[in-house]
Design a protein around this ligand. Structure first.
Ligand SMILES: [Ca+2]
Ligand SMILES: [Ca+2]
Ligand SMILES: [Ca+2]
Ligand SMILES: [Ca+2]
Length: 281
């Protein structure tokens, strides 16, 4: 069931970090690294290239999984943003082996490597795309379905249940990634089973396409995933804030990076305290 969520505004207040690090030092020795957060980038087709890990698109920067063919219902293994293997897999109910590259004059570099090549995503039949073995939690699901050859073409994207809440993605290039034009954005809670979304042609008989997918795990402040944000979680926050700041994802600390700016600072601390519920026990 899709639910809405709101990100905190990006407002880095790095000046407060020193005090937090001191606090972190008190509890760091008692804690070990959590290994939770899980966000993923997927680029379909390497004909126009595969984006570098600098490209955030509408999600987060990091390694892009290159997927240039799929067999029906066969699971494709995925790496995380740090390039390390994850348990997560992607499958499609329809197999495909051919992809298409189309040069669009408005796109260059990493943007072109993501958008100027496409995989098929259904015509008047639905493609069911399924992520499994994800970590539990809330995710943004960003589905890129911008056809570089035509500003009038549309691809239907909908999320489970696959006939509800359909979006029709496409349109003239507006200078950057734009929800509704280059991609659709859904927020879903993953509790068990899978996250499934569907694609098809935007009009009966026309072909749908897909450029890529990003999953962005939404920070909860609850790394032990027991449904509360309490002092146990705080001790992990304190451990995390003492870690090198360029890699919260690598440490599994991005569960606390509420503003998704790849650091942990006073902004994230403020969001953490706002999320604090106390123990459920
Ligand atoms: Ca590509
Ligand atoms: Ca281009
Ligand atoms: Ca907790
Ligand atoms: Ca942050």
């Amino acid at each position: 069931m899709p639910i809405e969520s709101k990100r905190p505004e990006n407002d880095p207040l790095r000046a407060g970090r020193g005090a937090l690090v001191v606090l972190a030092g008190v509890v760091a020795a008692a804690c070990t690294a959590p290994g939770f957060a899980q966000s993923l980038n997927i680029d379909f087709s390497d004909l126009a290239g595969v984006p570098s890990n600098e490209l955030a698109a509408a999600g987060l920067p990091g390694e892009w999984n290159a997927v240039s063919e799929m067999s029906a219902n066969d699971a494709v293994s995925l790496v995380g943003l740090d390039g390390a293997p994850t348990e997560a897999v992607l499958s499609s109910n329809v197999g495909w082996t051919k992809t298409l590259a189309v040069e669009n004059e408005n796109t260059t570099g990493d943007v072109e490597r993501l958008l100027d090549d496409v995989a098929p995503a259904g015509s008047d039949i639905l493609f069911h795309w399924r992520f499994e073995a994800l970590e539990l939690g809330q995710y943004e699901v960003l589905v890129y379905a911008w056809y570089p050859a035509s500003s009038t073409s549309r691809t239907m994207v909908s999320i489970d249940p696959c006939h509800a809440d359909a979006r029709y993605i496409g349109g003239p290039w507006s200078g950057g990634f734009e929800e509704g034009v280059t991609h659709s954005r859904f927020v879903v809670e993953f509790t068990a089973g899978d996250i499934e979304f569907c694609t098809a042609g935007g009009e009966l008989g026309s072909g749908g396409i897909i450029n890529g997918i990003q999953l962005v795990k939404i920070p909860t402040g609850d790394p032990d995933q027991d449904g509360d944000v309490d002092l146990t979680d705080f001790s992990l926050f304190a451990w995390c804030i003492a870690q090198p700041f360029d890699s919260p994802a690598a440490n599994g600390c991005d569960v606390f990076d509420f503003d998704h700016d790849q650091d942990l600072d006073l902004t994230d601390y403020g969001a953490f305290t706002a999320a604090f519920t106390g123990s459920n026990d």
